[in-house]
Design a protein around this ligand. Sequence first.
Ligand SMILES: C[S@@+](CC[C@H](N)C(=O)[O-])C[C@H]1O[C@@H](n2cnc3c(N)ncnc32)[C@H](O)[C@@H]1O
Length: 310
Amino acid sequence: MNGDFKHIPVLPQEVLKFLKPERGGRYIDCTLGGGGHSKMILESSENVQLLGLDQDENALKAATKRLSSFSNRFESKRMNFGDLASLKETDWDGVDGILMDIGVSSHQIDEADRGFSYVHDGPLDMRMDNRQEETAADILNSADERELTRIFREYGEERNARRIAKRVVRERETKQWESTGEFAELVKAVVGRSKTGKAPSPAKCFQALRIAVNRELEVLEDGLAAAFDMLKPGGRLVVISFHSLEDRMVKEFFRDKALSCTCPPDFPVCVCDAKAELKVLTGKAVMASAAETEDNSRSTCSKLRAAERI
Ligand SMILES: C[S@@+](CC[C@H](N)C(=O)[O-])C[C@H]1O[C@@H](n2cnc3c(N)ncnc32)[C@H](O)[C@@H]1O
């Protein structure tokens, strides 16, 4: 691991605006990363206590070091936020706010040996948690053509998903997939230049493989349900996502919890007695300003949604 942990927190002011940590209280940052958002939350009030979670050992070490001056108000734990429900009935149940800034950090992408990058050659790893067994290479070397097509299409929205999957499987007859460089070259060769002459990019397939390796959508589903459950009334949930599938999951989760009636639309009167459990605070997803995207290109596709438990 490099000495520095480089990661600029996205939508910093918006996170503070919706979490409102200046009112004090207990907060969980489910995606500690470099500790940028956590630091801002801890600095907003001396009455803030924060638990930071990350499944990545390096991130946890770097953030814990960075936030060591807050030691009496800050705790960290190596954990997947998909297991957040395991914190129910601990001191961290019934909190004032929960933040999820999902996806990978710039640091993870920059470290070639983590295998997230198509710019630097490295092993096809892509595990955020290195205790997990399955790597990106394992998926490329064992999934059948249909499953690979689904991964590239569904998680990467890659138009050439089927052709890429076919080539991955065909090349397995003579070799094992091992390096990010080899896989990037295959994708570029299949995709080819666009009609306007734009160079092909393997970005979508890398994103798709990463989502599959880390089961990011399944984990988000579990994490959202547990996070809602752990908020006290008036507590706020803020989620930043970087992918349309994730953003849609967050939007639909909030919408369902905000519904005050679940009767079929043709029922003349409400018979369900359902009550809204959440108030959605962001009509449309909040996006980074032009100034922020200029300073931090990673913020370009970030989308923030926030809600308050009733
Ligand atoms: C985008 S970065 C967060 C950056 C952080 N907000 C900051 O300001 O530095 C995402 C971090 O969340 C972690 N992460 C992603 N999914 C996770 C999950 N399901 N459980 C725990 N940590 C996760 C990654 O390892 C990474 O360190």
